[in-house]
Structures are given as C-alpha cells and as structure tokens.
Design a protein around this ligand. Structure first.
Ligand SMILES: C[S@@+](CC[C@H](N)C(=O)[O-])C[C@H]1O[C@@H](n2cnc3c(N)ncnc32)[C@H](O)[C@@H]1O
Length: 356
C-alpha cells in the first residue's frame, strides 16, 4: 500500500529530529529539502509515497540515504568524498544538498530498487553498555552465559567480550583488541566481571554475513556522514569478527526464535536474551507478545537455570534517550542499569531497581 504525503512528511520530520539530536547536520539539511519537495517535486514525491512500508517504522529516510550512499560508493561519486566526513570530506551543508538531489535525480530507478533493503547498522558502540550489563548479570548469577541476541544483524555485538571496554575506573575485554571502546561511560561505576560464554547465537529478519564482500559497504552506507568514529568502530569490529569463530545468526523473526530457544533452558547456565535498537521495528502486538513470552518463561524458571533479559531500547518519551534495562529470573528483578545515546555513547551508569 502506498503512503500519503502527510504520512511521508511525518516520517521525514521524525527522522530529522533524530538526526538533529544525534549530530548529523547533513541529513537534517537533506531531509528539510525532501520535506520541501514533497508535493512539489514529482519524482521525489513519487519515490517516497510509492514505498509500501510505514515511513517511521521502516526508517524511510535512512533507507533512502543508504540506497543513495551505496550507489554513490560504487561510482566513487565526488560529492561523497568532498562533503561526507565518513569518506574523508568536510561537512558543507549548502553544497551537499544540491549534489545529493542531482545524484538522486540521475539514479532514481536504482535508488528505488536499493530502498527495499532495510536499515542495517550493527552499531558496535552499543557493545560498551551491553557488555557492562553482561558483567552485571554474570556477577549476579555466577554462571556461564548462553547468549541469544534478537535482531543481531551481522552479530557484531555478540562478540562484545572480544572488544576492549574502558569503564570509569575498571575496564574489561582484551587490552590488545583492535576495537577499543574508550570514553563511552560518562558517569557511574560499571564493574568488570569474569565472563564464561558457553554459547552465542543470534537471529535477524535479514542476517548479514560478515564474510560476504558487500557487507562492509552495506553497513557503511547506513552510517551518518558526520559519524567518523562509527566507521572506525565498524571496520575494527569486522576485523575482529572475521578472525573469530563463525557466528550462527538465524534468519528468523524474533518472537518465534526466542520462543524456540527458551523453551528448554540449560541447567547450570544463565540464558541471556538481549537486543539493541530492535523493538521499534516490531509492531505493537509483536512487542507485547515478545515481552509476555519472556516474562512467562522467566516466571517458570528455577535457580539452576536463570533467565536474563537485557534490553537497550529508546525510552517511550524521548527516542534519543536509550534505556539499558535488565530483567532477571527467578529473582524477578527489574533494574534500569543506565541511560545512553542510541549509539552507546555518553553512558550514565546508575542501576535503579524498578518494580517488576
Ligand atoms: C537498527 S538495527 C540494530 C541491529 C543491532 N541490534 C545493533 O544494535 O546494531 C535493527 C535490526 O533488527 C532487525 N529486525 C527487525 N525486526 C525484526 C524481527 N521481527 N525479528 C528479528 N530481527 C528483526 C533488523 O533486520 C535489523 O538488523
């Protein structure tokens, strides 16, 4: 089903606000121009309204940017290297907007086709808060961890224990890792822990193979132009992943996959379900079903096979603030561990128990 101009405008405005709050003046300027062209520029209007997915839920603008960026990368387009810091350029909003729209106009059929690819970021900055939450769970249960990541993308965050992470006064992970997550914690004192990871696997609707030649460019195409640090993290994480044992990322929907993998918990292990920036892609029914099935399973488990649920997801009131929450059974504890940005920076670690 196609979208109305009002629906597309609402999606653009929503995305523009996120880009504004998360440091992308280039995308703010391009989205502003997109909004102006809606209803006035036939080609742009047709491209965006013909899309059959909900503009907010499917991150329409980011799919458009990813599509344009991939085509521009394949052609080594000069505007990309001139104006995108992630490609060595300098932000020049006044110049990048016309260059972007000229390029878009010249590549409409290819952009339309590429826009069917959903957003795949696999942001490893999130491994900083996620690993601190894993330390918290390992300390609380004292058992080997069985990791189940939902919406794992390429699985880069499943390898959090292969990255060096500096907390405020303690650090963890191999000091010689090529991926060093330093300066992510703004306040609080997350603790290091001895981790024994017995098993790790993930699922995604569209899993990405870290060994596929197109993977680096696909993931890079979704990094915002000013986020140079993210490109460095991504390159380092891909290097780590390619030297680690191959991960198992199943092509599956999160609800059915979790249900299957928590039916039988492993005695003597803590099963940890975790996800970061995934639930926004579920519809309201799926989100409710997902939470219910985890909580129901948690309520039925015993002390020798704890279940933990670590969630790194935007807060309901402000999607630029991301909450790191841990629920744990059989103790039936719910703790808001930290608040962070969507990319796992400026982590404010401050564990607060909430009513479960
Ligand atoms: C924004 S990305 C985040 C990826 C990764 N968790 C990270 O933090 O970098 C959202 C991911 O969720 C996946 N996804 C969306 N809906 C899903 C579902 N119902 N079941 C499984 N994965 C899903 C997408 O394919 C995508 O890889």
């Amino acid at each position: 089903m196609s979208q109305t101009i009002d629906q597309v405008r609402a999606g653009c405005e929503w995305q523009r606000e996120l880009c504004r709050k998360n440091g992308s003046p280039t995308y703010v300027a391009i989205i502003t121009e997109l909004i102006e062209r809606l209803g006035a520029d036939e080609a742009v209007t047709e491209l965006l309204t013909a899309d059959d997915q909900d503009p907010i839920q499917s991150a329409l603008c980011l799919r458009l940017f990813g599509a344009v960026n991939r085509i521009a990368m394949a052609e080594s387009a000069s505007w990309l290297t001139a104006y995108y810091p992630t490609f060595g350029g300098e932000t020049e909003v006044d110049k990048v907007v016309p260059a972007f729209f000229d390029f878009l106009g010249a590549n409409l059929p290819a952009v339309r086709e590429q826009m069917s690819i959903s957003v795949q970021t696999n942001e490893v900055g999130r491994a900083a808060p996620l690993s601190a939450a894993m330390n918290y769970v390992a300390t609380a249960t004292g058992l080997p961890l069985r990791l189940l990541e939902v919406g794992a993308s390429a699985g880069l965050n499943l390898l959090f224990d292969r990255y060096f992470v500096a907390g405020s006064d303690e650090s963890w992970g191999p000091a010689d890792s090529v991926l060093r997550l330093v300066g992510h914690f703004e306040s609080g004192r997350p603790r290091a822990a001895r981790l024994d990871i017995a098993e790790r696997r993930g699922c995604d609707l569209n899993p990405i193979d870290v060994y596929a030649p197109e993977t680096a460019n696909l993931l890079r195409s979704f990094v915002w132009p000013e986020h140079v640090e993210r490109v460095h993290r991504l390159d380092a994480a891909l290097e780590v992943a390619r030297s680690a044992p191959r991960l198992s990322i199943d092509a599956a929907d999160g609800c059915s996959w979790v249900l299957k993998h928590i039916e039988e918990l492993t005695p003597g292990h803590t099963t940890v379900i975790f996800h970061s920036i995934v639930l926004a892609y579920f519809d309201a029914d799926e989100r409710a079903r997902f939470a219910k099935l985890i909580r129901t399973r948690g309520a039925a488990t015993g002390e020798d096979q704890p279940l933990a649920w670590i969630s790194l997801e935007p807060s309901v009131d402000d999607s630029s603030v991301v909450n790191l929450v841990c629920e744990l059974w059989p103790t039936n504890k719910r703790v808001l561990l930290a608040r962070t940005t969507p990319h796992g920076t400026q982590v404010r670690w401050d564990p607060q128990e909430e009513s479960a």
